[in-house]
Structure formats: C-alpha cells, structure tokens
Design a protein around this ligand. Structure first.
Ligand SMILES: Cc1ncc(COP(=O)(O)O)c(C=O)c1O
Length: 403
C-alpha cells in the first residue's frame, strides 16, 4: 500500500486530512471535557450541553407512543408528514407573519442540525464564504468547512450585548460571500437581535443581494417580553432567506430529533433530494410527537420561561458577587460569562472545574478563535443542583483568582 512522507498509509492520511479540517476532531475540548466528566463518575453537575432538563410535555410523549402503537414505523415522505408540514406552515403564519406553502416550501429535517448541514451542502461551492457572528455555535463552522466553504467571523462584543452590527457585516462582504448566517437568539452568547438591528442587516442583505440563513431555534426561549422577529418577514427578505427552526429547545425534545427548514420554492424543491440522501426522512414517531407539540396546548411555555428566568437571575446574582461580567441573556439558556479574572485559559479553567469540583461547562475557545476568556455555562439543572453547581463554580473561580 502506498505511504505518504509521514509513513502513514495514503488512505489513512486522506481520512486524517478530512477529519482535521474541522477544528477539534476527537480530542476537541468538547470531547475531552465530556471524557473527564465521565471519568469522575456520577458526581458531576452538567451545565454543558444545551439539553433542557425540564421534561417533554406528556401529551407530546404520548403522541410518539401512540404512533408506535399504531404501527407508524415506516419512512415518511422525505419532506415530512403532510400534516406536520401544514402545522409548521400555520406556526409560521401565526408566530412570524410568514406565508409558506406546506407542499413545496417546507422540509422536516432530523433536527435543526440536519437543516444546517443541508443548507451548507446545497449552497456552498469550494471557497465560498459564509458570514456569521462570532462567537458561534461550533456546528456552523464544522458544516461550512465540511462543505468546502470558509466561515468569515463577524466579531461581536460584550459591551454591545453581543449584537451583530450591519456595518461589521458589510465590511466583510467579498465577491466570494455566498451566505449570511443569523442565529437569533444566539448560542452561545444568548444575545437576540432587535427588530431595528435586523432591519439594518436586511438592508445590507438587499443592497448586496445576499442569501440569508436565519436560525430561530431559540425563538420561544426569550426573556423580559423580548419580541422575536424573523428576518424573513422584513421587506424583500422572504425570497432570499432560508429559515431553520425545530422542537429541541421550546418543547424539550432534543432526543426526538425534529427540525425544519422553509424557503423559496425553487430552492426547497432542489434541496429535497440532498435531504433524502442524508437521512431519508425524520423518525416517524418523532414527527407525530412534533405534530402534537404544534397542535396541542402551549401551556408549558409560560411556566418553563418563569423557571428559566428564575434560574437566570440566580446565576446572574452569583456572577455579580464574584465580579464575573456577562451580558444578560435575552434568549436561550446560557450565560456567556467573562472569566478572565480566573487568569487561566478558558479550557484549563473548565478542566479544573470538572476534574476537581465536579461541575461541567464549556470553554470559549470552542466557539471561535476570538472567544478566549469566556465560558458558556447553561442553567439547565433543577434548583438544588443549580445551587450546588453555583457554589462549586464560586469555589473554583475564587481559587483561580487567588492563585
Ligand atoms: C443555534 C443552534 N442551531 C441548531 C442546533 C441544533 O439543534 P437540533 O438539531 O437539536 O434541532 C442547536 C443545538 O444546540 C443550536 O444551538
């Protein structure tokens, strides 16, 4: 078998090259920290992954069980169950003021994550650039790079509440710019774009004729009466925007793996075969559960947001006491906390927290090259655990400060 200069067989070298194109790989901070948490056994409070601890509402779980009992265990149309697409179209109409044809403009996907992969794989040619706010959710970077594109970071700052400014976007537009990605509310910064900011961004998109991806997965997880606006609903934006959304966050349905995408007919029809090639269709019982989520009572939302708001405020109070600064989350369920006072690289700070104190959160370095000095810490644990996690956080932070 042919070998390369390093002595590695050619197939192995090719595989390694492809895998390492994505920042991280097997030994990324994410996997290292998960391993360290596992090694410590049960005594770790995890404020890491964006996994709601509030249970899935019972009627949604029942719908999945009923679907199984009824024998709905086959593939569906790759675009998703017609009834679910109709319910999604209705949701867009009521919540976002958007009119989509459920038969030609909506595709149900296996999580919003698959929608993201479909968009990057169907839009990007090698070398195409995607503008996105930094810090960013790492799946964006991975999917852009795997599709042969190049992420172009648009920096956002704590002093601006991590708003993504139109002027900063415009400066970075080149003749290779293919797409502008907007994630609002944002993972990891928990910022959310106001209507005014979105109007300014839409103006840039129209003037430069940009396609836009709008990830609205945290749309219903917003605080203090924040008004979520879909950029697709602004003038001249519907035909250039692909909206991504899903069920994981608002309905505590991460394990069901249901998301969806909507956009202009030509594009959505062209995207159907790539979607089919990726996972054929979304798990059928999960689609029935998603249908129940949209058509059933929404009564869980208000108490869920009350609970998240209480937790958010408790975490903010701990940070205030410690002198850890942050921008108050407007959406999602994370703090993007400034831990420069710990005087350690963010990974090292997280490593100590998990190995020595049994509390897991993620380092800024996972979320882009400019995100050092921050951590992403979720408030997705019941009260007693969250209290204990905050005590542990305070201990490790004070220890590092004093060292
Ligand atoms: C901004 C954003 N988009 C997409 C996803 C993927 O979500 P899912 O595939 O569970 O719908 C996540 C998950 O955390 C996210 O934070």
């Amino acid at each position: 078998m042919a070998t390369t200069d390093t002595g590695m067989s050619r197939p192995r070298a090719v595989l390694a090259e492809r895998a390492t194109r994505v920042r991280g790989g097997g030994e990324s901070p994410f996997f290292q920290l998960l391993k360290l948490a596992e090694a410590r056994g049960g005594d770790v409070i995890t404020l890491g992954r964006g996994e709601p601890d509030i249970p899935t509402p019972a009627h949604i779980v029942d719908a999945a069980k009923d679907a199984l009992d009824a024998g709905y265990t086959n593939y569906t149309n790759p675009a998703g169950l017609p009834a679910l697409r109709e319910a999604i179209a209705e949701k867009f109409r009521v919540d976002n003021g958007l009119q989509y044809d459920p038969t030609t403009q909506i595709i149900v996907t296996t999580g919003a994550q698959e929608a993201l992969a479909i968009v990057m794989q169907t839009l990007l040619d090698p070398g195409d650039e995607v503008l996105l706010a930094s810090p960013f959710y790492m799946a964006y970077e991975a999917n852009i790079v795997l599709a042969g594109g190049a992420p172009v970071a648009v920096p956002t700052r704590e002093e601006d509440d991590f708003q993504m400014f139109a002027s900063e976007i415009e400066k970075r537009i080149s003749d290779r710019t293919k797409l502008l990605a907007i994630v609002s509310p944002s993972n990891p910064t928990a910022s959310a774009l106001t209507r005014e900011t979105l109007e300014e961004i839409a103006d840039v998109a129209r003037r430069h004729d940009l396609a836009v991806l709008s990830d609205e997965l945290y749309e219903k997880v917003v605080y203090d009466d924040f008004e979520h606006v879909s950029i697709a609903s602004l003038e001249g934006m519907l035909d250039r925007t692909i909206v991504i959304n899903g069920f994981s966050k608002a309905y505590s349905m991460t394990g069901f793996r249901v998301g969806y995408m909507a956009g202009p007919t030509d594009y959505m029809q062209a995207a159907l075969e790539p979607r089919h090639s990726l996972s054929i269709s979304t798990p059928t019982p999960s689609q029935y559960a998603a249908l129940a989520a949209l058509t059933g009572t929404q009564a869980h939302l208000a108490p869920m947001m009350e609970e998240y708001t209480r937790r958010r405020n408790a975490m903010a109070a701990t940070f205030d006491e410690l002198g850890v600064t942050y921008s108050m989350p407007r959406g999602a369920f994370y703090f993007w906390a400034n831990v420069k006072g710990a005087k350690l690289p963010s990974f090292e700070f997280c490593r100590r927290a998990v190995t020595e104190h049994g509390v897991l959160f993620f380092p800024g370095s996972m979320y882009g090259p400019e995100a050092e000095g921050y951590i992403r810490i979720s408030f997705l644990a019941p009260d007693d655990q969250l209290e204990e996690a905050l005590r542990r956080f305070a201990t490790v932070y004070r220890e590092c400060q004093a060292a």
